[in-house]
Design a protein around this ligand. Structure first.
Ligand code: F0G
Length: 455
């Protein structure tokens, strides 16, 4: 059997409001060509993010009704804690309202001026929280991770030689080592078990706590199973446990690999660190048995964690991106290869060479996908990373467009439609135009910048 079918049936549906090309041309102009300014009702297929956009299962919906909203000691917390510890057996599990809240708490304790925190690639909220504390966030990704054409199976790996040098030369400034699985900022690429173990061993040798940003841990585990020698016969759960075995803690956004619409956690083994974290949590999130979440959210996460390690789900999940990637490549559209877990990244700079980086080829493609097909996605390039603190601008290393796939939301016909929209665009891509930013805030401009289409 060739087709890997969606391993679920649909019990509740949400209608998509259909719009015409002409209507969308007006809507995107009114949004100043910024896709974040669109109303989501005006989007046909929303690939802006895979975060918080999952479809819940019937079992999760049922779990919501079991949610106990007691302020302290709710059974929902204990179900949540048990579900996390079943996969990642850390001593302390502290719920937060989402991933960045866990990061903010962790770096309010471990960060600070003069400190350096290495990772494969920090996600932008992680980097933001580290920098807000005064510390420096350092990316030590392997060279293959920056080459969109490299077929290396673990392009999310940390460069262990550079990590060792960092720890040797700047060790007293390093409060912890981080690792993001999968590496979202680097194209959703996985980290191998061997590399995770290598990072853990180095951190141990230099007596540094090792934290994993585990947002997409299950996708990473499946990619270990299918790409790493010797792993193919192992259950996902035992790979997950191995991934976290050498770590001292983790941050997590349950909006990704826990099928939840909101939530996250911070976990660790160290008692002193946990006490400081809980003190901070009470100030900023809530009491340690709910941490910024409703009891029902904790139950949705607990159930989601049981479902996310299902191998049939993960096979379908990873296949979705691979399928879209293969079809785009067949049309001659350059993408970051091989496709990873949660998204397909299109190399807009290479596909639209007539638009120079400072005229934002990624933004041009993102706007065209909306106008042509009602698809919303996200530029990850010069609009997002090109702004310097002094107000000047440089080209980002790459101009990508991320097609992030919400979990269990769209079917194969949505994927086929997406490919058809690209095919349509391929026929007249030379006519796509660059953009100019006519207004931008001082930082994080991609969320609110206003654009003008160039002639
Ligand atoms: N770490 C990674 C690797 C992420 O991808 C995200 C969020 C976070 C941390 C922060 O988690 O959103 O719950 O506060 N990524 C989303 C995305 C926003 O679209 O990739 P959060």
């Amino acid at each position: 059997m060739k087709t890997i079918i969606e391993p679920f049936r649909i019990k509740a549906v949400e209608p998509i409001r259909m719009t015409s090309v002409a209507q969308r041309a007006t809507l995107i102009e009114a949004a100043h060509f910024n896709l974040f300014a669109l109303k989501s009702d005006d989007v046909l297929i929303d690939l802006l993010t895979d975060s918080g956009t999952s479809a819940m299962s019937a079992a999760q919906q049922a779990a919501l009704m079991l949610g106990d909203e007691s302020y302290a000691g709710s059974p929902s917390f204990f179900r949540f804690e048990a579900a996390v510890k079943n996969l990642m057996p850390f001593k302390h599990v502290i719920p937060t309202h989402q991933g960045r809240a866990a990061e903010a708490i962790l770096f309010s304790i471990l960060g600070g001026a003069g400190r350096v925190i290495p990772s494969n690639s920090h996600f932008d909220t992680t980097r933001g929280n580290i920098e807000a504390s005064g510390a420096e966030a350092v990316d030590l990704l392997i060279a293959e991770g920056l080459d969109p054409d490299s077929e290396y199976p673990f392009k999310g790996n940390m460069d262990l030689a550079r990590l060792e040098r960092c720890l040797t030369e700047q060790g007293d400034r390093v409060p912890c080592v981080m690792l993001t699985v999968t590496n979202n900022a680097g194209g959703g690429q996985p980290v191998s078990l061997a590399n995770i173990r290598g990072v853990a061993a180095l951190a141990r040798r230099f007596a540094k706590p090792f934290f994993i940003d585990g947002c997409r841990f299950a996708e990473n585990a499946y990619l270990i199973k299918t790409r790493e020698p010797g792993q193919s016969d192992r259950p996902i759960k035992s790979i997950v446990r191995d991934m976290f075995e050498g770590a001292d803690g983790m941050t997590m956004s349950a909006k990704k690999d826990a099928f939840a619409n909101i939530g996250g956690w911070l976990a660790m083994n160290d008692d002193g660190l946990a006490e400081s974290a809980r003190n901070r949590l009470i100030l900023t999130e809530g009491f340690p048995t709910y941490g910024g979440l409703a009891g029902r959210d904790l139950d949705a996460i607990a159930q989601g964690l049981k479902e996310i390690i299902d191998e049939d789900y993960l096979r379908y999940r990873i296949r979705t991106c691979a399928y879209i990637g293969e079809r785009l490549l067949a049309l001659g559209i350059p993408i970051v290869r091989p496709t990873g877990g949660h998204a397909v990244f299109v190399d807009a700079r290479r596909w639209l060479p007539h638009i120079p980086p400072l005229k934002y080829p990624g933004q041009s493609l993102a706007v065209a996908l909306y106008r042509e097909g009602g698809i919303r996605c996200c530029e990850i390039g010069t609009v997002m990373f090109g702004q310097r603190p002094d107000g000047t601008e440089t080209a980002a290393p790459m101009d990508l467009v991320r097609l992030a796939m919400p979990r269990r939301v769209y079917t194969q016909s949505h994927a086929d439609y997406l490919v058809e929209v690209f095919e349509e665009l391929a026929g007249h891509k030379e006519t796509l135009r660059g953009y100019k930013i006519v207004w931008a805030p001082r930082a994080m401009r991609h969320f609110t910048a206003r654009f003008r289409e160039l002639n």
